[in-house]
Design a protein around this ligand. Structure first.
Ligand code: FAD
Length: 478
């Protein structure tokens, strides 16, 4: 097998030995999985009738990450070019469509091309390290601490190191091979190495990581073969979800917060899924930052960030020159979405209106308690009603959870079950992983397109919960 050296032109460097790809004599129906450069190119080249399934909502695959480091934004043209070429060739695109054996079979293709790329790996010896993340996550926007160790100084490691250093991080790159970025084209490599040196990145080629302790103390074998302790990275932010958007599990955030305090970490809480179900007390759970969206609790589409004052003041934000350096303006972009902001007040009043008490806070907390009681009663009807349905699996924790019920039916795709619920019974339920990709992967439902998820609002009734149980039972019975 000859390795491909260019994501745009796989024939590059071997034009003489490989003929141009001919058009097919008899066009066939082909399913292509993955809209990275490989999938896009395969889809466009031979004049077949092609349906291209892409799990994410956009084309380009890893090119979208490759274009993030400094001086790399031109790479976007590669995927745009290949995408347009495929469009011109009449390829039918289905985005946000994770391919499964069933979904591919349904297309009745004559041939299937799997171009799903590769997955980043975190070596086992990093398992105990706090904050070990793949470079791809950093390039996708994940936050890094102040002192960052980049393990692996190939193209991706070096470009990620430059990206972090230009964002003010102190970066060390450890590479086992004697040369850095050995997999890069010569000219681009020389320039990158020069820029890395001038950014003050600590470059350690010829160094092998021997161990990473629980306290993130790193030991390497250096280029002279000696053991060298290297304490060079820290983890500052622990980011957790308050409640699972997929299966409703409520995490013990107060306990996580206590652990964060012990090691001096900040706690950032994604409260999007808990917000419609439970009153949130940021101080009681000990969060430093908390995020949610008003639409989840009946307001408009506007994000909400609650940041502890001391954290907010210390935060160095990227902003335009005229933007203030003080909170809250330093995180905002100019004219606000006033209509969306105005939509929050009646939503809060609505919930408070369901409760009792002398202050709005008391009414709000009591309103939420009423919502919880009502919704949990409905969720129990569903959980009990579905417990003995053959081939139905409920996904739920034993501990505290919101009134969110996720399940799968063996042999059925969640999307099909949802369509039947809607077409036959007028019930809306969602399918997918609801952004809980890791959990979906861990429990294996990513292979079938996730779960069917049902949830409740204060206006739902017992009759509706019973209708759902009957509907799912009938669908399960075929
Ligand atoms: C930081 C970085 C820098 C890089 N720099 C360069 C460079 O300078 N030059 C260069 O030539 N290359 C570069 N690369 C490498 C290049 O991006 C990859 O070689 C290329 O994207 C691989 O293409 P692919 O189509 O095989 O896979 P990918 O780009 O990984 O695409 C696979 C696609 O399949 C989709 N998919 C996966 N599973 C499913 C499923 N079940 N159903 C539907 N869709 C699915 C994924 O969502 C993805 O869109 C870089 C990569 C990175 C990360």
């Amino acid at each position: 097998m000859i390795p491909i050296t260019c994501a745009l032109n796989p024939l590059s460097g071997r034009e003489a030995s490989m003929p141009a790809v001919p058009k097919a004599e008899t066009p066939r129906r082909v399913a292509v999985v993955g809209a990275g450069p490989a999938g896009l190119m395969a889809a466009a080249e031979r004049g077949h009738e092609v349906i291209l399934l892409e799990r994410s909502d956009r084309h380009g695959g890893q090119i979208n990450l490759a274009a993030v480091p400094p001086h790399k934004d031109n790479l976007r043209f590669i995927s745009d070019y290949l995408y347009r070429k495929a469009q011109r060739a009449g390829v039918a695109f289905r985005f946000s469509c994770g391919a499964t054996p069933e979904s591919v079979r349904e297309l009745s293709p004559d041939a299937v091309i799997v171009a799903t790329g590769s997955l980043p790996v975190i070596p086992r010896f990093c398992a105990s390290a706090a904050g070990a993340v793949p470079a791809q996550d950093i390039l996708s926007g994940a936050e890094a601490g102040e002192n960052v160790l980049v393990l692996g100084g190939g193209l991706i490691g070096c470009e990620t190191a430059e990206y972090l250093a230009t964002r003010g991080r102190s970066v060390t790159v450890v590479e086992m091979l004697p040369q850095l970025a050995k997999d890069m084209e010569w000219c681009a490599r020389v320039l990158l190495l020069r820029r890395m040196a001038s950014l003050g990145i600590n470059l350690r080629p010829g160094n092998e990581i021997l161990s990473i302790g629980a306290d993130n103390a790193v030991t390497v074998r250096n280029e002279k073969g000696r053991e060298d302790p290297l304490s060079c990275f820290d983890t500052l932010v622990v980011a957790v979800g308050y409640a699972s958007n997929a299966v409703g599990t409520i995490n013990d955030v107060a306990r996580i917060s206590r652990r964060c305090r012990e090691v001096g970490a900040l706690l950032s809480v994604d409260a999007v899924h808990i917000a419609p179900h439970k009153a949130i007390d940021m101080d009681a759970i000990g969060a430093d930052m908390l995020f949610c969206s008003a639409y989840k609790f009946f307001g408009g589409h506007i994000g909400i960030a609650a940041v502890r004052k001391s954290v907010f003041e210390a935060l160095d934000t990227y902003r335009l020159h005229p933007a203030p350096s003080t909170a809250p303006g330093k995180l905002e972009t100019g004219t606000q979405s006033h209509e969306a902001i105005a939509s929050i007040v009646p939503a809060v009043d609505f919930i408070a209106g369901l409760g009792t008490g002398s202050t709005r806070r008391e009414r709000l907390v009591s309103g939420f308690e009423r919502i919880e009681r009502h919704e949990n009663g409905l969720a129990d009807i569903i959980r009990q009603g579905l417990a003995d349905v053959p081939n139905l699996k409920l996904y739920q924790s034993e501990g505290p959870k919101t009134a969110t019920v996720a399940f799968t039916l063996e042999g059925r795709q969640p999307g099909d079950v949802c369509r039947k619920l809607c077409d036959r019974y007028g019930i809306f339920a969602a399918d997918g992983d609801y952004y809980a990709e890791t959990l979906a992967h861990r429990v294996g439902v990513d292979r079938i397109g996730g779960w069917v998820r049902v949830g409740f609002a204060p206006y739902n009734t017992e009759e509706e919960a019973e209708l759902l149980v009957r509907a799912v039972r009938e669908i399960a019975a075929g």
